[in-house]
Design a protein around this ligand. Structure first.
Ligand code: GDP
Length: 416
């Protein structure tokens, strides 16, 4: 049955992408995210949770990965729209187009290989679009995985300022969990975690207490250097509370001044739940991003801004067109402002042609949900668009706008 999205609290929406060098674990991490968010669903809606789990099993058996350009899932009262971001240099234009519609990203690294060339390329593209990022050092179970080496590479190769939020507990085959430096506690996954099994929260082992204190202090310093409020506290000699520290990390991350770093092994189901916590805690919502910029149809120098509000005029960008085996042509849209309603006429301002919106879908891992209307900040798939291609703006005919066009600089090709 068609529902609408007006009930979604925009501050609780995260439009994110996962970027990685090929083989670093993007697919596995994505699948784990969908798996865990599927389990959350089960708490409230047994059928959906069960369906997601069945779907995961089926997908794993068939070795198929997520084919939707954007997948909606839920974690701790938040809606996460996962936007597929190809990680290959060849798709630079496509990567840029997707980065344009993201509010935040998770960069996945291989704990052994560290920062690899494709990660560097995508990282620089994300820099250009000011996309706040978290880093997930994956494959901590592999022989030769070195968390701190990877953190150093984030500094040296990406020119970023990592804020280390976790230390690994154990190494390689004995990697059992992490020390959470924000909450100063240990999270342990004993043995091979089975589906749905959660971590246990434990005391920091005595052998790690000194390192944990040292890295906690480093974290506070890193955040203070990037955030005025935290700096004031730091200069006053005040130790921030956990909530104050989280708020400081959030502000500094959204401002693009720091990049929180976490670790785990997606393959062995360790570390993905804290990663999801960090996504909702530290990455921005569309409200944090604020108004989108565009220009008028007649005059490119006439800049128009649109706030992410449901009752503002519609401004949306088509970022991907895909062929769905059941529905046919689907156009994926990021709605920046206003409300998109099924069956209404909109203006493709890039082409100056009218288009009729057919059915609107929110795509989940295991199903698609038809909705009547979608509000500002959302990412949806639309049927029925005949003339719109990627990169074009769809807006309300009464208030035309062309969203900032993407100027593609020459692709940055890194050499291994
Ligand atoms: P992608 O190319 O970035 O999407 O990487 P995949 O998710 O397909 O992973 C590449 C390979 O690494 C696969 O064989 C995965 O099973 C494996 N892999 C993914 N995550 C981990 C991990 O945490 N530890 C180990 N040991 N292997 C992993």
């Amino acid at each position: 049955m068609a529902t609408d999205l007006r009930s979604v609290d925009l501050a609780k929406v995260r439009n994110i992408g996962i970027m990685a060098h090929i083989d670093a674990g993007k697919t596995t991490t994505t699948e784990r995210i969908l798996f865990y968010t599927g389990i959350t669903y089960k708490i409230g809606e047994v059928h959906e949770g069960a369906a997601t789990m069945d779907w995961m099993e089926q997908e794993q058996e068939r070795g198929i990965t997520i084919t939707s350009a954007a997948t909606t899932c839920h974690w701790k009262d938040h809606q996460i729209n996962l936007i597929d971001t190809p990680g290959h240099v060849d798709f630079t234009v496509e990567v840029e187009r997707n980065l344009r519609v993201l509010d935040g990203a998770v960069a996945v690294f291989d704990g052994v290989a560290g920062v690899e060339p494709q990660s560097e390329t995508v990282w620089r593209q994300a820099d250009r679009y000011n996309v706040p990022r978290l880093c997930f050092v994956n494959k901590m179970d592999r022989v030769g995985a070195e968390f701190h080496r990877c953190v150093d590479m984030i500094v040296n190769r990406l020119n970023a300022t990592p804020a280390v939020l976790q230390l690994p507990l154990g190494a390689e085959a004995d990697f059992i969990g992490v020390i959470d430096l924000v909450e100063m506690r240990a999270l342990a996954w004993r043995g091979e975690t089975q589906k749905g099994e959660d971590y246990t929260v434990e005391e920091i082992p005595a052998t790690h207490v000194d390192a944990a204190k040292e890295w906690h202090d480093r974290l506070v310093e890193t955040v203070a250097e990037a955030d005025d409020t935290m700096m004031e506290m730091y200069l006053e000699g005040e130790e921030p509370s956990t909530e104050q520290l989280k708020a400081g990390i959030r502000r500094a991350t959204i401002a693009g001044k720091i990049t929180p770093v976490l670790c785990g092994t997606a393959f062995k189901n360790k570390g993905v739940q804290p990663l999801l916590d960090a996504v909702v805690e530290y990455l921005p919502s569309p409200v944090d991003i604020g108004a989108v910029k565009g220009h008028s149809l007649k005059d490119e120098s006439e800049i128009i801004e649109r706030e992410p509000e449901d009752d503002a005029p519609l401004a949306s960008l088509a970022f991907k067109i895909m062929s769905d085996p059941h529905l046919g042509k689907l156009t994926y849209l990021r709605i920046y402002s206003g409300t998109l309603t099924a069956g209404t006429q909109v203006l493709n301002s890039t082409k100056d042609r009218k288009e009729r919106i057919g059915k609107i879908y929110r795509m989940h891992a295991n199903k698609r949900e038809e909705i009547e209307r979608a509000s500002a900040g959302q990412i949806v798939a639309v049927m029925g668009l005949k003339q719109t291609t990627t990169g074009e703006t769809l807006c309300g005919p009464e208030a035309p706008i062309i969203l900032e066009s993407m100027n593609f600089p020459a692709p940055v090709i890194s050499v291994a």
